[in-house]
Ligand binder design. Structure first.
Ligand SMILES: Cc1cc2nc3c(=O)[nH]c(=O)nc-3n(C[C@H](O)[C@H](O)[C@H](O)COP(=O)(O)OP(=O)(O)OC[C@H]3O[C@@H](n4cnc5c(N)ncnc54)[C@H](O)[C@@H]3O)c2cc1C
Length: 454
């Protein structure tokens, strides 16, 4: 065998597997294969001047490379079982929280020290939310910020680079079962290993589907989250963000009984493009360094769509809607809330007249031509509900960027070791459909590394 353990994907799941493996048993021969670039070569060409919007690079530096989708993220590590994935269903709630705290400790030792840990424990906002039909979820959140998150990744890379083999710009094409292990095939040849950890994240979702079909691994999938990213002056949410940083708030719409929730809140942050398999959607992040902060806060408002039989392709549904916005806007669309309510598109002229300065250069348009009525109605209802706890949310100039889609990888059948039906083949992180966050993906990496060493 070329390797004892071969890891596919260098996102948080893959990195923390590698970290724990090499820490617990330095004798192990470990390799990491990553489709994207090494950290220092990751660079999104959008500079806001020469290149204003996504040009569809072959390997998207936002999503791929050392650090995974999390590298330029806000670095919000939510320590909770209430959201971010269902890892606790496999390993238990207590163990899941312990692992997330363990990850937090590593992040602190590798450059994150001094960053703030926010908590919803004992907050007055819980009561305020309930009074207006909104529900604030419990969590502690470590906010590294995009800048410190990068430093932590740099330090982790320096720690690991001499202890194992990294293969960057090397997408794994195929995995086959061999006697006593696995063989992976890629442009650099074929490599064998005793154990294999697949941690390919959301960007690897299509590839993961082929692996599951080739190796007869059971999957189930039927969920996609669709919505918009809201951007408003930071003052509107400052009372919440100063205390909690990120508030995960859930609202049940009166019209349809659907759940709408806030997601990925970025105080004084920036809205960014995200390219998943060639489809441009929207996301957001913010810096810890005050010099890099903006005057706006952004967050997503998402509605989960679960489908029942016979429809199975929930991601395909989300993609079609995102494609529609790309078709109309050449990328992401932006609309003022006032224009949406008045049933008219936003125009460049109306945007310039507005009091808000957008942080993303998106095409002014009409989101009602893109998002299904039921989803848009839910988002509008929640904006009015949020306006009661954060007056100003429903102002005419509040910006809505669309579409934001959270694709869920199909959930892969794994046991309580996160091992699939083939012994020694572990499927973790967002690519397994079990986690949807930095903390849960990282925790799943440590968990399988410990199992392998044991
Ligand atoms: C802009 C943005 C902001 C975010 N902000 C936050 C946040 O603040 N907090 C939070 O909790 N979550 C956030 N997320 C989500 C978070 O980044 C993910 O949940 C997390 O990165 C998942 O980790 P992972 O290791 O499972 O997968 P990923 O981070 O997606 O890593 C998977 C890696 O596998 C590689 N890969 C894919 N296919 C192959 C293949 N065939 N061969 C080799 N390599 C392959 C990819 O290139 C990628 O680098 C954000 C995401 C984005 C895009």
């Amino acid at each position: 065998m070329n390797y004892d353990v071969l890891i596919i994907g260098a996102g948080p799941g893959g990195i923390f597997s590698a970290f724990e493996l090499t820490k617990l048993n330095p004798e192990l021969k470990v390799a990491v294969f990553e489709a994207g670039h090494e950290l220092s070569k990751r660079n999104c060409p959008i500079d806001g001047e020469k290149i204003k919007s996504c040009i569809g690079c072959k390997s998207c530096s936002i999503m791929n490379g050392f650090g995974g989708a999390g590298a330029f993220s806000d670095g919000k590590y939510n320590i909770t079982n209430d959201f971010g994935g269902t890892l606790y269903e496999y390993i238990g709630k207590k163990h899941a929280l312990e692992l997330m705290e363990y990850i937090d400790g590593i992040n602190m030792r590798y450059g994150g020290e001094g960053t703030k840990l926010y908590s919803t424990a004992g907050t007055k906002f819980k009561k305020l939310c309930i009074q207006h039909g909104l529900h604030l979820l419990d969590a502690s959140v470590r906010h590294l910020g995009t800048d410190k998150n990068y430093v932590v990744l740099e330090n982790l890379y320096n720690e690991l680079k001499d202890k194992l083999d990294f293969y960057f710009d090397t997408p794994v094409e195929k995995i086959s079962l061999i006697d006593g292990g696995y063989e992976i095939h890629c442009a650099k040849g074929s490599f064998t290993c005793k154990k294999c950890i697949i941690s390919v994240g959301r960007s690897g979702s299509k590839w993961m589907e082929t692996v599951c079909s080739d190796l007869n691994i059971q999957t189930k999938s039927n969920r996609v989250d669709l919505g918009v990213r809201v951007e408003l002056p930071a003052e509107v949410f400052s009372h919440l963000t100063d205390e909690l940083y990120e508030s995960k708030i859930v609202y049940r719409t009166q019209k349809y009984g659907d759940l709408v929730r806030t997601f990925c809140m970025n105080p004084k942050g920036a809205v960014v493009n995200e390219n998943t398999n060639g489809i441009v959607t929207v996301n957001g992040h913010s810096y810890e360094d005050p010099a890099k902060q903006t005057e706006n806060t952004n967050f997503a408002l998402l509605v989960s769509k679960h489908f029942s039989e016979p429809f199975k392709d929930s991601n395909g549904y989300g993609e079609s809607i995102a494609r529609l916005s790309n078709m109309l806007g050449g990328g992401v669309l932006v609309q003022r809330f006032g224009d949406l309510i008045r049933g008219r598109r936003s125009t460049p002229h109306r945007m310039t007249d507005s009091f808000m300065t957008p942080t993303l250069n998106a095409t002014a348009g009409d989101l009602s031509l893109v998002l299904p009525k039921r989803i848009l109605d839910g988002i509008i209802e929640m904006i009015y509900a949020l306006d009661k706890i954060a007056p100003g949310t429903a102002n005419d100039d509040t910006l809505l960027y669309g579409v934001e889609v959270k694709f869920y990888n199909m959930e892969v059948a794994v046991d309580s070791n996160l091992e699939c039906c083939h012994k020694g083949l572990y499927i973790i992180g967002d690519g397994s459909g079990i986690t949807h966050s930095l903390s849960h993906a990282s925790a799943s990496g440590v968990y399988v590394a410990r199992d392998i060493v044991k």
